[in-house]
Design a protein around this ligand. Structure first.
Ligand SMILES: [Zn+2]
Length: 359
């Protein structure tokens, strides 16, 4: 078994592994040894996921339980902090905030709280509430992250807050004023979509933490992977866990999602992400959905460009040419029109920042 295939198996929902797959994991472990296996897990930033799988299949369990316990304890502290933060939002009359991306998925899926290892969480919010939101974060000892030059990042897209003491290595909260923080991206459709969906977000069980509903969260995760990470950038395969766990545990309204992708011209992006998630993690995606979404040549070429099926390998290019290529080929419209929109989007962003500087 290749290292890539082994990594993919470690990211699977443990209960979804077949007997044969479990045996393959054990065999790889025996042949290559703990030190080598741990190196792979560290390189791919998947230690708690790997630990959970090894515990589940009774492979060197005691060693991996200690690793998993560490993340479980850490993540409970993060959840407790978020409880307090959402109470502060309520006190300060903040209406728009809700949790998105990976910690949101852990909570919405009621997945194992140990299986999360990001150094930040993301909250989607309305820019009009920024003062009350900053006040709430300050009440929990989060301040604007000085390590990031906020004048360089577009502060109308994201504000990053930092707390040194919450856990070892500190912890960040990104408040996303737009779904994706990236210059030149034309994302008005997404912006309108999520400003509506944010208001429909609900609290998770026995908690004050508001999280996007399953279908909206699925769509948010898809766009985050496609646009924020160009499908494959770090943490690579781990990105797809968010799609997988949500699809396995929640009633995603796929018909509604399909409707949104047509309205927002995001069919190719959505089809690519769902297809890759199926390839990597065997995510259950309803039959026929790809065909309805998009199955043109460009979409299929993009999938083969991003994922080598024979090697079970996601590519890891990240240069500017690659990003531009990926972006233009992911647009539902033709490439020339996509390029034109990107340039006019860039002009718009520049105009806004010029006005801001002048005022
Ligand atoms: Zn776990």
């Amino acid at each position: 078994m290749s290292e890539h295939l082994f990594t993919m198996l470690l990211l699977r929902l443990p209960e979804s592994l077949s007997m044969e797959e479990k045996e393959s994991i054990k065999a790889f472990y025996t042949i290559n040894g703990r030190i080598y296996v741990e190196k792979i897990a560290i390189q791919n930033k998947i230690i708690p996921f790997a630990a959970h799988v090894f515990m589940h299949i009774h492979c060197d369990s005691d060693y991996w339980k200690a690793k998993h316990d560490f993340w479980q304890k850490r993540n409970r502290i993060i959840k407790e902090m978020l409880e307090k933060l959402f109470l502060a939002f309520n006190r300060n009359n903040v209406k728009s905030t809700c949790l998105v991306e990976n910690f949101a998925t852990v909570l919405r899926s009621d997945a194992c709280i140990g299986c999360f290892c990001s150094g930040d969480v993301d909250i989607s919010a309305d820019l009009n509430e920024r003062i009350q939101i900053a006040k709430s974060l300050e009440e929990l000892n989060f301040s604007m992250d000085k390590r990031i030059d906020q004048s360089i990042t577009n502060s109308n897209q994201v504000s990053t807050f930092y707390n040194d003491d919450l856990i070892a290595d500190g912890f960040r909260i990104n408040v996303m004023w737009q779904p994706i923080a990236r210059s030149f991206l034309v994302q008005e459709d997404y912006d309108v979509r999520f400003s509506k969906e944010r208001l429909k977000a609900t609290t998770i069980m026995e908690s004050n933490i508001r999280v996007l509903n399953a279908t909206a969260l699925m769509y948010y995760n898809i766009l985050h992977i496609a646009l924020g990470h160009y499908y494959t950038l770090s943490p690579g395969m781990r990105l797809y866990v968010d799609i997988d766990r949500l699809a396995r545990t929640n009633e995603v309204n796929w018909g509604e999602l399909l409707k949104w992708t047509i309205e927002d011209h995001s069919r190719i992006r959505t089809a690519i992400v769902l297809h890759l998630s199926f390839e990597i993690l065997k995510t259950p995606i309803p039959k026929g959905l790809f065909q309805k979404m998009y199955r043109n040549k460009r979409c299929m070429n993009m999938i083969s460009y991003l994922y080598d099926k024979d090697q079970n390998k996601l590519q890891n290019k990240g240069d500017r040419f690659h990003r531009l290529f990926v972006e233009l080929n992911s647009n539902d419209c033709n490439i020339v029109l996509g390029l034109f929109q990107m340039i006019s989007g860039a002009t718009k962003v520049q105009t806004v920042s010029t006005i801001k500087k002048e005022s």
